[in-house]
Design a protein around this ligand. Sequence first.
Ligand code: BGP
Length: 479
Amino acid sequence: MSAFPKNFLWGGATAANQLEGAYNGDGKGLSIADALPGGPDRFKIANQPDFDWSIDETKYRYPNHSGIDFYHHYQGDIKLFAEMGFKCYRFSVAWSRIFPNGDDTRPNEAGLKFYDRVIDECLKYNIKPVITISHYEMPLNLVTKYGGWKNRQLIDFYETYARVILNRYAARVKYWMTFNEINSALHFPVMGQGLVKSNGADKMQNIYQAWHNQFVAGARAVKIAHSLRPDLQIGCMLLYATTYAYDANPENQLAALKENQAFNHFCGDVQVRGTYPAYTESVMNRYGFSFKDLDVTAEDLATLKANPVDYIGFSYYMSTAVNVTDKSLETANGNLVGGVRNPFLKASDWGWQIDPTGLRIALNELSDRYQKPVFVVENGLGAKDVPDANHFVQDDYRINYLRAHIQAIQGALADGVDVMGYTPWGCIDLVSASTGQMSKRYGFIYVDLDDQGNGSGKRYKKASFGWYKQVIASNGERL
Ligand code: BGP
């Protein structure tokens, strides 16, 4: 018998701004992602004091503008997902396709129709859509005119947007998430909160205010979702980087615990438990402010309390290690977080430390902490694939990575964790969030485009395509 439950949600994950293209098509407005230049320095550039958000094609490249043109290829792409046997497909709705400026009085019908078509295409193959309401792409106007998520007005704009898409799609879509990797703002607030140095990211209080506003907005979406359809499942989405103490030195253990609180758990604690955790004040004091300094109303707190999320969605790519007692240790790169290099682990080409056991630990930690189902909604290996003359990629390195992580999920299931599903990231090659380039690939499907935008855009199955198909067909038996 397979270790995986019969209804386990095998699938894949993408985000609108990283694959759709058609960035200004059919009435879509600009999003913050559209205004970020491509290239590994994209966040650094956005944090310069004179960065002005106007798109300057003569100065920068914007690979997200064309993405992999999923906007015009979704039928063929979803057909390939169906061929792999996907039970679900996690994608995001681009807020700026629905409300081009974020503060419009009416939604853009052409944008709504696009997702009607995507959803119907999934349902045609019995693929359950899993929708992220906001994945790193708020309308740019909400940043330039309102200053991003530190402004309370965004709560109402998000609520209006969430109500529109929930009303439209709830009958066909059971699984939702409020904000992608909400906690990533601790280190990189630009994509999720619309905050850069010039509009407030230099002050931690603004990041916490923005989070509070997002928590309330998310809770309002949960309320709408449940009033429309009581069996609808709406989760939070965390960037989870399992965090170890480097060694048994109690100082390092305490530092790791505090790092876990501040990064891995704070946002989840509020969204799942509906209240701010006891350590809130201690975290905020570390940054020189107090919870009392935030704009928080009694009504906000009641909204949070009454509308916790149903499950915990999270991304998992790597783990980190904390050492505060030895300053000479080598630091590590990572998915927006770093830490020190862990001598027991190998790293990807981008320095992300590969740790399948860390996923089993993450699943247990989240499940124990919240007593709710958990959903691995992102995982994968970013690699520089080299296709042969027939455009075939023998990506055994990716298969090995995914196999080990699926085995870790198997382990967690045996530990008693309620795991809903597994949607590896970038199931089709797309533009990388951190590098803004095509060459960091995650997919089972190779897309013939390079960092300069050259190539046919054609799709080719990699070796991992056939492998994942067999994994799903055997419900995780044949790895
Ligand atoms: C997560 C994001 C995704 C995605 C992924 C891989 O942080 O939710 O949007 O891109 O990581 O990261 P990258 O593309 O930087 O390799």
